[in-house]
Structures are given as structure tokens and as C-alpha cells.
Design a protein around this ligand. Structure first.
Ligand code: GLN
Length: 274
């Protein structure tokens, strides 16, 4: 057996070659401690390495389980976050959201941040790690919050990212004011047909009513109550949702801007409280 055989197992199952190679790399690194450095230095893959990776690929394909759930980790903005099927796997697109959020936090010296729908805590933890701000991450799912707490420990940012079970703002008190609300809410319209891998992710993290817009609408409408003067709101956007979210935001926010991702899709929107 060689590595090509394993790549072919994945491509035969409809996974793009580039993604297949990336997954194999992740499996080799996690289960065999064989890193990119070993590859660069020309260290050969042993039969044992290949057998381990093959068995993981078989498990991944049998149920179409995302490779991150098999590994139990996902890479996001330079860190490995714990993930289980209780949380959404952090996406590269979300790095655009977090990078812009961090830029605004640093430029404006923002101190208190609210991350709505924190899931694995990847947004909250990254902001706490890279800025001086304190972040409160809220989520409706206790199972997700357990993972977020593990990620705080992993990243060693103990009391600068804290968490609370809350359905959007339900457990936030009005006197708790924030300088920024950041969110990557569920935004896929209910009823959308998706690739089988997504059925392993929590549906509460993926789908939203009102054509995917319900959570944006609710978060925007109540945001002014919980934001300090000059506070910011920043969201990740689902495909084709920029105009609708912009019109929600225009009512309470000024200077509303959209940022595109590498595929030219409107991906992040932000604005400042009027
Ligand atoms: N905040 C988490 C993330 O961006 C989870 C988002 C969600 O579950 N919709 O990955």
C-alpha cells in the first residue's frame, strides 16, 4: 500500500483531491506524529503509518464523518481547538470575521466583547488570546459550552473568556454593556440539502428560519440595548444574505460595511451603533 491508494479511497468517494491530501496530512500528524517537517526532510512513511491512516479514512468514509470529529480537534487561527459533534467545526471563513473583529478591537481599544452562539468558543478564545479584551461567550447548548470551557483551558486564557448558557440575550442583564457584539450565527435556510458530512454537525448551529435570517434579525434588533455608546456589531454572513442583514443593521448602525471572502462571497458585515 502507498499513500496514493489512500488518496484514491477519498477521491473515489467524491472528495476533492486537495481536500483528500489535507485530511491525510491531518490524520498523519494527529495519529502518527508525522508532520510536514518529516515530509520535507524526506522521512519515509512506514507501513504502520499507512495502516493507521487507512483505518481512520475507512471510519471517516463509512459514516461520512468530518475528519475533524475523528481527530477531535480543528485548527483555527493558529491554535488547535477541541471539537466534538456537539459543536460546529470552525471554518476558514470565520477567520475573516475574527481578524476584522480583532482589528476593530485594537484600533478602538474595546474592552468587553459578547460572542453570541459561541459553540466551540473559537471566536471568544481567539479574541481573548490576541487582544486585551474580555469576552463573554453565550450559547443555547450546554454541550457546546462544555467544549468551549475545555478550549479555554487548552489555550490558557482562563478568566478572560467566560461563558454562560443563554438563548441569544436571554440571560444577559441590561446593565451588562458591551463594546462589541460578534457572532457567527446559524444561517443556512431550514430545508437546504447539504453534503452528508454536515449531518454530523449540530443542526442548531447550522440552520435558521426566515430563509436563514432569523438570528441576524433578532441579534440586530436587541443589540442597541446591550451595547455601549459607539459599540460595534460584527457578523459572519451566509451566502446571499448581505443585503438583508445590511437592511436590518442600517436601522441602528452606521458605516455598515461588507467584506468578501477569497471566493468573492460577501462574508462579514460590521457597523457602529448610531
Ligand atoms: N462561534 C462558533 C464558530 O464560529 C459556532 C458558530 C455556530 O455554531 N453557528 O465556529
Amino acid at each position: 500500500m502507498n499513500i496514493q491508494t489512500i488518496i484514491k479511497m477519498l477521491t473515489d468517494a467524491g472528495i476533492e483531491e486537495r481536500e483528500a491530501k489535507k485530511e491525510i496530512k491531518m490524520l498523519l500528524e494527529h495519529f502518527c506524529n508525522y508532520t510536514e517537517k518529516d515530509e520535507i526532510l524526506g522521512h519515509p512513511l512506514t507501513e504502520e503509518h499507512l495502516n493507521i491512516v487507512k483505518s481512520k479514512v475507512e471510519a471517516r468514509l463509512a459514516d461520512r464523518i468530518p475528519v475533524q470529529y475523528i481527530i477531535g480537534e480543528s485548527y483555527f487561527m493558529g491554535e488547535f481547538f477541541k471539537v466534538t459533534s456537539d459543536v460546529l467545526i470552525p471554518r476558514p471563513e470565520t477567520e475573516i470575521l475574527v481578524s476584522k473583529g480583532i482589528e476593530i478591537i485594537k484600533e478602538n481599544g474595546l474592552k468587553n466583547i459578547l460572542d453570541i452562539g459561541t459553540g466551540s468558543g473559537c471566536i471568544a478564545c481567539t479574541i481573548a488570546k490576541r487582544t486585551d479584551a474580555t469576552v463573554l461567550g453565550v450559547d443555547i447548548s450546554s454541550d457546546a459550552l462544555r467544549i468551549a470551557l475545555d478550549n479555554v483551558t487548552r489555550l490558557g486564557i482562563n478568566n478572560r473568556a467566560v461563558f454562560r448558557k443563554s438563548d441569544l440575550y436571554s440571560k444577559i442583564r441590561e446593565e451588562e454593556k458591551f463594546d462589541m457584539i460578534i457572532s457567527n450565527p446559524p444561517y443556512i435556510p431550514v430545508g437546504t440539502e447539504l453534503e452528508p458530512e454536515l449531518s454530523h454537525e449540530p443542526s442548531v448551529a447550522l440552520f435558521a428560519e426566515e430563509n436563514g435570517l432569523k438570528l441576524y434579525r433578532k441579534i440586530v434588533q436587541e443589540a442597541p440595548k446591550y451595547l455601549n455608546k459607539n459599540g460595534w456589531l460584527i457578523f459572519e454572513l451566509g451566502i446571499g444574505e448581505a443585503d438583508a442583514v445590511k437592511s436590518f443593521m442600517n436601522e441602528y448602525f452606521e458605516g455598515v460595511e461588507v467584506i468578501k471572502d477569497l471566493d468573492g462571497i460577501d462574508r462579514v458585515i460590521y457597523g457602529k451603533l448610531i
